[in-house]
Every structure is written in structure tokens, then in C-alpha cells.
Design a binder for this molecule. Structure first.
Ligand SMILES: *[C@@H]1O[C@H](CO)[C@@H](O)[C@H](O)[C@H]1NC(C)=O
Ligand SMILES: *[C@@H]1O[C@H](CO)[C@@H](O)[C@H](O)[C@H]1NC(C)=O
Ligand SMILES: *[C@@H]1O[C@H](CO)[C@@H](O)[C@H](O)[C@H]1NC(C)=O
Ligand SMILES: *[C@@H]1O[C@H](CO)[C@@H](O)[C@H](O)[C@H]1NC(C)=O
Ligand SMILES: *[C@@H]1O[C@H](CO)[C@@H](O)[C@H](O)[C@H]1NC(C)=O
Ligand SMILES: *[C@@H]1O[C@H](CO)[C@@H](O)[C@H](O)[C@H]1NC(C)=O
Length: 938
């Protein structure tokens, strides 16, 4: 009998061919031996030290600072091999040691023999350790060198060009992150802490292979083949990076496997099948397999399928994310059953359009000359609605599937069809068995497109042999690993590097410097990484960087860089502007995005003393890394910049929180920063979406950021615990297929109300604009019918001069406008709502709304404003609960709206029981807020 060993499907049946390193008894020791504690695999040093109570939970209080000593030390993981050696190794004749991830610089020693020195967190390492069959005792030791000291030491090498790096910005730990293939954010970022973790952070295994002479029927160690890597690339005949898919051509399924065997198979073959489609390929021959030691045997089979047979995969907002089970059957010999491997995959084409607009587009559609930069799915352009994902935790080893699923489900529920996996983080995993959790399969299933990035971020990367040698296998492994996921629609080679290179180069030019940055950038990002990526995938487009000025040509792949014509638009871009004054000033758009505080509940998770619960307490400010310190100075002298930006924004645009109850005031401050963040981000998204119908033909808004890495000040829409901030509900409104938005230009007192649609068919409906005063009295209302063409806008109202815009006889501070839209989309009625306040809410003459809440045991809340309008009416769910509020009428996520007398709202709380520690919350513990509570005690 022949078994196939495949970590991504069989590890759970493991005893037998796979010996999980978690089964050994591990010890963790620091360099001088003064600390020795029991340890685990997979894990990281901080987590093991916290379990052993040497340190407290790293995310508490100011532990980021007090626990720095951990990363200045060097740590060794050791385990006695006895349990492995006792398990009948003599039945196998090849033994592999597999680490799916080591963080990061380490020596591996096995039974006294040096196995390897490793230095790349993003690689999977496989070692042939067959010598173990003759060994009777010994240890496995993984000796980690502090990434900080490694960086310090390696930067003194002559080939590291240290002198040209001095101009590059550091966030917190000056650990020379460009020399070490480790998650950049580990060194600190402007939204996160710097813990510089280390350890055996992903699952690791021994794999035991045997041939027929060794295997005995009673042995449980009788496996013959191990699949070290697999790639399933599905594309159209003739398609590659520079040749777009012919949508009616046959599909090509390229299945490539890296196999290890302990014996020879002389005429093996592979057959492929999609059971649901009743499709099975012929037996496709592969080369003879024989015992391999240094490297696996690579085999490839290609299979063509007519275009018409499979249903295509679409993002959830444009169709059905249809997936199929692919069975890969490996026929090793005539007298045995094939061994099978099952993977889920899908059929779709993706194009990243980045060539110039045609003269016809420019003439007929009024498009600004320049290059396109947008995605097409299955041959059609669409609007990308998304956010950025950062690492889910400073300590990867404790990220769990429930949390990742919740963040992704939250993205889908808020209307997002894309997430960008930011390049300062880690390559995200696609299997629990090899990666600890699985992000890509959830995106496939939920229909969320993934913009993936290679792990390069905000630095200049000097070229030298040790970087290049390490990067090539890293890129190849990750591109192959993720090929099978239809959700993966782009490889971008890094984050914000192109613009840094152009900037730094310009500075040096002025000083009579050199072009070395550009030369090195081109060598790495235009040539090397491009060549590697496009040799491993035909289906996923490549781009050098986000943001980028795009290309001059696709074949040969040539970056535009300095080459441009005044007045033309190229590539994609990003914008920052943290000045509250310009938050809603469209003449500076697209510009703004703002940080916000975690909720009061988020702070409760990490603050330890009652004194800490105030907006500018030492602990709160120490968790504001915007701006970052730039070095190890503590407390961060620049955190105050972020605090000031938040303070000014709240004071300028909302009633300044101040009540007699200090906890209420702190809670209203935290929440008000979130309201402001939501207002400014949704206003920016509305501006981007409007751009679909303008000269720039903007077809995407991917805002910063979706999830959070800790309980600190950040741009996140969802808190570390999974709690939705105000912005996450705001995104649900901003990313609706049909939206309405009031574009107000204060300088010339112009109001334009625009309806936008991202549908492929034109959409008709009606909009209603209604003026109210703050007591809730309706002043006037008007109805406007519209039709929006595909991916475009419709202007439904436009007026200038506040006097002619406001209801007769009213002051700007006394009134506001409710904007509603109703449209028929794909057979359903869609609604969308916005609010226009002609004056800042800080100056609005609010009245006590006297909101009444009627709650039922099943967590349904009916809200009524009895005496006035309650702007930003908001329900908070209690500590220890994770979930979302949905509107009783639309079923869509909803929280943070204007509650109007006579128009009650019903919200139902949908509890996530996997993530909540309090699974039976009491409706009485839900807290109601509105802006009235900023200045009035409850
Ligand atoms: C860790 O190792 C580095 C050498 O890479 C050394 O400079 C440093 O002193 C060591 N740390 C401790 C605490 O021993
Ligand atoms: C194996 O590790 C244990 C615990 O760290 C240690 O006491 C022992 O000396 C080691 N054995 C060898 C052969 O290195
Ligand atoms: C790894 O081994 C090399 C060569 O023996 C040695 O120079 C280096 O210090 C070791 N590093 C660690 C972290 O033990
Ligand atoms: C696209 O594929 C179809 C089906 O194979 C073929 O008939 C057609 O000629 C192809 N078109 C181009 C432009 O190659
Ligand atoms: C596959 O075959 C089954 C049984 O013959 C049939 O019921 C089913 O409709 C077929 N499916 C497709 C997609 O052809
Ligand atoms: C099939 O995929 C493998 C792995 O990415 C790649 O090396 C090979 O070139 C591909 N074959 C073809 C014909 O595209």
C-alpha cells in the first residue's frame, strides 16, 4: 500500500509518516543560561516567556518598552529527540526535517550535527536528515540570534553600502530591516509596536519516507512520497504577463509538484479531475522518480479544458465566487492504487490594465491622457472597494483562524471586494497545517480579491549576493504556493519603495550624487523580481510597487520612473494629509486619512490603573506611534503629534467631549476620534468613487487600514479584539453598490449631490433630499429621479450660495439635510443614506434627543429619539463580546447614524461566539451614545 504525504491535507492524521515537532519537549534558554523555561512549537520567545510568567502579556501597558530586553538577548530552543527515535525510525530510509517558518536568523543542530544556518523568515526549509536512522540519542537545537544584533553586525560588512542607507527613515528599532528577510513591521511602524520576536513560529515536522523493503505491514511509518510544494496555475492558452487572456480560449491547468520519494518509480503518471464537472484528464506521464536527497524532483503536467465547461469565479459583489475541488492522482506503479491529493481552486482571468488610454477614450469619454491603472476580472473592468491588511498580531504564532475569518467576513459584510496584504507584513498563509492559519482559502470562499505584496517596504534595498540568494527561493516558493487561489489577483513587489527611490535620488542629484538608488531599484524590482514572478505564474499580474508611476512597456517590462509628460496621469497613488483643516476640502483631495483611538473597551484590555484612562495619559500617548520616534527613545517624543491631530480634528468638527464623569469623557473622546476618522475616510472614498466618471477614470479605493495589530492609536477600521470601529460601519455605506454623497465646497459655497454606481448595468432609481432642524422638524423635501450609466455618476442636485441652499429663514447651525437613495440593482432594492451639515457639528445647536432604547433578550434594540435628532447614534456592545449590529430593515451592518424623531431604528446584534469571551451578554450592558453625550453626563 502506498500513502501520499501531504501536509496540507493529512497532517491531522499525523502519527505515522509525519512527526510533528510540537510533540517534543522543548526548552527555551537565553544566551547566558540564566533563564530556562519550558517552550512550545510553534511559538515565539515572548509567548513562551509569558506562559512561563517570566514576563507579563507583551501588549499590556508599557510592556513594549519594559520587555525590550527580550530582543537584545539571543535564544535557543532545544528538545530531546527521544520520542522521535523511539517511534521506529528503522522502518524508514529517508527522513526530512521541515520548517515552514523560522523567525529568523538561526543555526539548526541535530544530534550534534550542524544542519544549516538560516536567515529568511519567509521561506520553507526542508533538510534531508536521513542520518538519524543510525542515531540512538540526541537533541534538536535551534539557536536564534537577535535580529537587532544581526542587523547591527551585518551592516558593517563592506558590501552592504551602509553609507547610502543613512538617509533612510527608521521607525523604532534601528535594526537594519533591509538586511534581514524578516517582517518589516517587527521593527516598529507608525501604528504598531516593536517587539522583534523570534522563534519556530510556524508548524514544523519530521517526514519519514520508506521503500517497500523497509516498510512492514505492522509499521505505521510506511509512506513513500512527500509533496514538498505544489502549484496549480490556471490560465488561458497563450496568456502570460504581457499577453492578455483570450476569454474564449481553452483553460490551461498547470499542476506542478515538488516530490520526495525513498524509492524509484520508473513510469509514474498523474491524472487530474474535477468531479463536479465530470472531467478527468488522461494519465499524463511524468519523469521517473528516484530517491532524492539535496532537492525534490519537480514534475509538471498540463491539461486543457474548454472555456465553456467551468463556471467562473467572481468577487462576491459581482457574481458568485465559484470554487471546484481538483483531485490530483499520482499513479506510481501499475499494481497500486493512485495516491490522491485534493485542492480547492477556481477559474478566472485577471488583468492589470496599465497601458496608455487610446485617443478614442480621450476624445469620446473625456479621459485625461496617460496610462490606465485598474483591474479587470474575466475581461471586465470593475471598481476595487477595499482596505489594507497589516499583521494580525505582533506575534504571528498566536494568530488564529477564527480571528482572521472574522476580519475577512467583516470586510465582505461592509461591501469590500478587495484587501491589500501590505508589503511590510508577512506573506499570508494558505493552510493551517503549514502556516498556522489560512487567509487565502477564506478569501476564495468569500469572494474577496487579494492584492498580494512581496515583503519589501519603505526602505532602500542595497543589492548584494546574500540578499539575492535568499530572496530568489523566497519569491518562488510564495508565488507557487498561492497560484491556486483565484482570489489572488496581483503580485506587487513592495510598498512605497519606488517613490522613496525617486525622492532620495532627486536629493542626491541636487548634491551632485549618484543614480545608484535607481540602478539598484531597476535591477531588483523591474528585472529580477519580475523575472522570478512571471516564470512561476501565468495567471497573476506583476507590478513593481505600490504606489507606482507605472510602465513604459510591458514587453520588455520597463518602468516609467522619471519619464512622463506634464498633465498626464500614470500608475496608482496614495495621499496623506493629517491636517484637520483640509479634511473636507476637495481642492486638496484626494488627501486625507486619520488615525483614531481604540474604544474604551479596547483600552480596558491593556490599561492597568484608573489614572491611565484619559486621552493624554502617559500610557495612552506611549501607544501613539504616529509620528514614530525614529529610534529607541522612550517615551516616544513624537506621539504627541498624533494626539494633537486627533484633538484638533475633534475640536474642529464635533462637540468637544467634556462632562463631569471622567470615564464618560474619555470614552466620548475615543469614540469621537473614530467618528471623525469615519467622516473623513468615507468622504475620501466618495471622492474616489466619483472619479470613475471623471477624467481620471479612478477605478479603485483601497483605504488604510482594515485590522489592527494591538490596542493602540491607528488607522484601523476594526480593533485588535475584532470590535468594529465607527469607520467599519461607515465603509458599509461608502462601499454600497449605489451611493449618494453631498460634495460641499465651502470656499464657493457650492453643494453638488452625486449618485454613484459600480454596477455593470445602468441603474435607475430616485433620491430624496430632506431638510430638518435639530428638534427633528421636517422643513422641506425634494425627490430626484436618476439613471447612472455603468461605473459612473449622476449629478442630481447642484446649487451655489448658502442662502439659496438652506431652507428659507434658517441658519446653517440649526439645520441639516438627510440624503436618501433607492435603486433597483440585480432585482433587489438598494438604499443608501448620507447627511449634510452646512456648519460644523461643533457649532450645531443640538437639543437633548432623549433617546429611548427597547431591548429584547435576543439582542434586538429598537431606538427612538423622543425630543430631537441624535447625530451619530451608536450602540456599544459590552466587554468580551465581538460581533456586529445589523439594521432590522435592510439586514446590512449599521451603527452610527442620525436618529430622527418619528423614524425609529431596529438594530440586531449578531454575536461571534467563536471570538467572544462573554457569550451571553445582557442587553442592559449595551451602552447608547450620541454626540449629545459629548457634553452632557449620562
Ligand atoms: C546576542 O548576540 C550578539 C551577537 O550577535 C551579541 O552581540 C549580544 O551581546 C548577545 N546578547 C546577549 C544578551 O548576550
Ligand atoms: C540535550 O538538551 C538537554 C536539555 O537542554 C541537555 O541537558 C543535554 O545535555 C543535551 N544533550 C546533548 C547531547 O547535547
Ligand atoms: C551559527 O554558527 C556559526 C558557525 O558555527 C557561528 O559563527 C554563529 O555564531 C552561530 N550563530 C548562532 C546564533 O549560534
Ligand atoms: C481566442 O480563442 C478562440 C478559441 O480558441 C479562437 O477561435 C480565437 O481565434 C482566439 N482569438 C485570438 C485573438 O487569438
Ligand atoms: C455529471 O454527471 C452526472 C451523472 O452522470 C450528472 O447528473 C451531472 O449532471 C453531470 N454534471 C455535469 C456538470 O455535466
Ligand atoms: C508550470 O508551473 C511551474 C511552476 O510555477 C513553472 O515552473 C512552469 O514553467 C509552468 N509550465 C508552463 C508550461 O507554464
Amino acid at each position: 500500500m502506498i500513502y501520499l504525504i501531504l501536509l496540507c491535507s493529512l497532517a491531522s492524521t499525523a502519527w505515522g509518516a509525519i512527526f510533528d515537532l510540537s510533540r517534543l519537549d522543548w526548552t527555551l534558554v537565553n544566551q547566558n543560561g540564566s533563564i530556562a523555561v519550558p517552550a512550545t512549537v510553534p511559538s515565539q520567545v515572548h509567548l513562551d516567556l509569558a506562559r512561563a510568567e517570566v514576563i507579563t502579556e507583551p501588549l499590556l501597558g508599557i510592556n513594549e518598552f519594559t520587555e525590550r530586553w527580550v530582543f537584545f538577548d539571543n535564544w535557543t530552543y532545544t528538545a530531546d529527540l527521544r520520542p522521535l527515535l523511539d517511534s521506529g525510525l528503522n522502518a524508514s530510509n529517508q527522513i526530512l526535517l521541515i520548517f515552514n517558518g523560522l523567525d529568523t536568523v538561526a543555526n539548526i543542530t541535530l544530534a550534534g550535527r550542524p544542519i544549516a544556518w538560516v536567515n529568511n523568515e519567509f521561506r520553507q526549509y526542508t533538510f534531508d536528515v536521513s542520518f538519524l536512522t543510525g542515531i540512538t540519542s540526541g537533541n534538536l537545537t535551534v539557536d536564534f540570534e537577535s535580529a537587532y544584533w544581526y542587523g547591527q553586525n551585518i551592516s558593517t560588512r563592506p558590501d552592504t553600502q551602509q553609507e547610502i542607507l543613512d538617509s533612510v527613515f527608521e521607525f523604532e528599532v534601528p535594526g537594519h530591516r533591509q538586511y534581514i528577510r524578516k517582517t518589516s513591521a517587527d521593527f516598529g511602524w507608525d501604528w504598531g509596536p516593536a517587539f522583534l520576536p523570534s522563534g519556530i513560529f510556524k508548524p514544523a515536522y519530521f517526514v519519514l519516507l520508506s521503500d517497500d523493503t523497509h516498510a512492514t505491514p505492522s509499521s505505521d511509518v510506511s509512506d513513500h512520497v512527500f509533496v514538498e510544494e505544489s502549484s496549480v496555475d490556471i490560465y488561458k492558452v497563450g496568456q502570460n504577463f504581457s499577453v492578455p487572456a483570450n476569454e474564449t480560449a481553452d483553460w490551461v491547468v498547470n499542476v506542478t509538484l515538488a516530490l520526495r520519494t525513498a524509492e524509484t518509480f520508473s513510469s509514474p503518471s498523474i491524472s487530474l479531475s474535477f468531479a463536479e464537472l465530470n472531467l478527468t484528464s488522461p494519465q499524463l506521464p511524468i519523469d521517473t522518480l528516484s530517491t532524492t536527497t539535496e532537492a525534490p524532483a519537480w514534475v509538471t503536467v498540463l491539461w486543457q479544458i474548454p472555456d465553456s465547461i467551468p463556471q467562473r469565479w467572481y468577487p462576491h459583489n459581482l457574481g458568485t465566487p465559484k470554487l471546484y475541488n481538483l483531485t490530483i492522482a499520482l499513479h506510481l506503479s501499475d499494481n497500486s492504487d493512485p495516491v490522491e491529493l485534493n485542492l480547492r481552486t477556481g477559474f478566472r482571468t485577471v488583468k492589470l490594465a496599465q497601458l496608455p488610454y487610446s485617443q478614442e477614450d480621450i476624445d469620446a469619454r473625456g479621459i485625461t491622457p496617460g496610462d490606465q491603472w485598474h483591474f479587470e476580472i474575466n475581461g471586465k473592468a470593475f471598481y476595487s472597494l477595499g482596505t489594507n491588511i497589516i499583521p494580525f498580531d505582533p506575534f504571528y504564532a498566536r494568530v488564529n483562524q477564527d480571528k482572521v475569518r472574522w476580519v475577512l467576513e467583516s470586510a465582505a459584510r461592509s461591501g469590500q471586494n478587495m484587501v491589500r496584504l501590505w508589503g511590510g507584513g508577512i506573506y499570508q498563509p494558505n493552510s493551517v497545517e503549514t502556516g498556522g492559519y489560512d487567509l487565502y482559502s477564506v478569501c476564495d470562499e468569500l469572494g474577496i480579491l487579494v492584492w498580494s505584496e512581496f515583503s519589501f517596504s519603505d526602505a532602500l534595498y542595497p543589492l548584494n549576493d546574500f540578499l539575492l540568494e535568499s530572496v530568489e527561493p523566497e519569491i518562488r516558493q510564495n508565488v507557487r504556493r498561492l497560484n491556486r487561489h483565484p482570489s489572488n489577483i496581483q503580485w506587487s513587489a513592495g510598498n512605497e519603495i519606488e517613490l522613496i527611490v525617486l525622492l532620495v535620488n532627486a536629493t542626491f542629484q541636487v548634491e551632485g550624487g549618484t543614480q545608484i538608488f535607481v540602478v539598484q531599484y531597476v535591477a531588483l524590482f523591474q528585472d529580477l523580481l519580475y523575472n522570478i514572478a512571471t516564470s512561476e505564474t501565468h495567471s497573476v499580474p506583476y507590478t513593481d510597487c505600490s504606489a507606482t508611476r507605472g510602465v513604459l512597456s510591458l514587453d520588455p517590462y520597463t518602468l516609467r520612473l522619471f519619464n512622463g509628460t506634464e498633465g498626464e496621469l500614470y500608475g496608482n497613488s496614495e495621499r496623506y494629509n493629517y491636517s484637520a483643516e483640509y479634511a473636507f476640502d476637495y481642492s486638496t483631495f484626494p488627501v486625507s486619512r486619520f488615525v483614531s483611538m481604540p474604544s474604551f473597551y479596547g483600552w480596558e484590555e491593556v490599561l492597568e490603573s484608573p489614572d491611565d484612562f484619559s486621552f493624554n495619559s502617559t500610557v495612552v500617548v506611549s501607544r501613539d506611534h504616529h509620528d514614530p520616534p525614529g529610534n529607541l527613545t522612550w517615551p516616544n517624543p513624537n506621539g504627541v503629534h498624533g494626539q494633537i491631530q486627533m484633538t484638533e480634528a475633534v475640536e474642529m468638527w464635533l462637540p468637544t467631549p467634556s462632562t463631569s464623569d471622567s470615564n464618560q469623557t474619555f470614552a466620548q473622546w475615543c469614540w469621537s476620534t473614530q467618528i471623525f476618522q469615519s467622516m473623513t475616510t468615507t468622504s475620501q472614498i466618495a471622492w474616489f468613487r466619483r472619479g470613475a466618471g471623471q477624467g481620471e477614470n479612478n477605478l479603485g479605493a483601497v483605504v488604510w487600514q482594515l485590522n489592527d495589530i494591538w490596542q493602540g492609536i491607528s488607522w484601523s477600521a476594526i480593533e485588535y479584539s475584532g470590535r468594529w470601529k465607527v469607520m467599519q460601519y461607515g465603509l458599509t455605506t461608502a462601499y454600497s453598490p449605489v451611493t449618494i454623497y453631498p460634495f460641499w465646497t465651502a470656499s464657493n459655497e457650492t453643494l453638488e449631490v452625486i449618485v454613484t454606481s459600480d454596477r455593470w448595468d445602468s441603474v435607475s432609481g430616485s433620491a430624496q433630499l430632506t431638510w430638518y432642524d435639530w428638534s427633528g422638524k421636517m422643513l422641506n423635501t425634494s425627490t430626484h429621479a436618476f439613471t447612472v450609466p455603468t461605473l459612473n455618476n449622476s449629478l442630481i442636485f447642484s446649487a451655489s450660495g448658502l442662502n439659496s441652499i438652506l431652507p428659507v429663514g434658517q441658519k446653517a447651525t440649526d439645520v441639516w439635510m438627510l440624503l436618501n437613495v433607492t435603486a433597483e440593482v440585480d432585482g433587489n432594492t438598494i438604499t443608501n443614506e448620507q447627511y449634510f451639515t452646512p456648519a460644523s457639528l461643533a457649532d450645531a445647536t443640538l437639543v437633548d434627543p432623549k433617546v429611548q432604547v427597547n431591548a429584547t433578550k435576543d439582542l434586538t434594540f429598537t431606538l427612538s429619539a423622543l425630543e430631537g435628532v441624535a447625530p451619530w447614534t451608536w450602540l456599544d456592545h459590552p466587554s468580551g463580546t465581538v460581533g456586529m449590529f445589523v439594521d432590522g430593515a435592510t439586514g446590512l451592518p449599521s451603527n452610527g447614524f442620525y436618529l430622527i424623531p418619528g423614524i425609529d431604528r431596529t438594530l440586531k446584534f449578531i454575536l461571534n461566539t467563536d471570538l467572544s469571551t462573554n457569550t451571553r451578554p445582557d442587553p442592559a450592558d449595551f451602552v447608547l451614545r450620541s454626540l449629545w453625550n459629548n457634553t452632557h453626563s449620562e
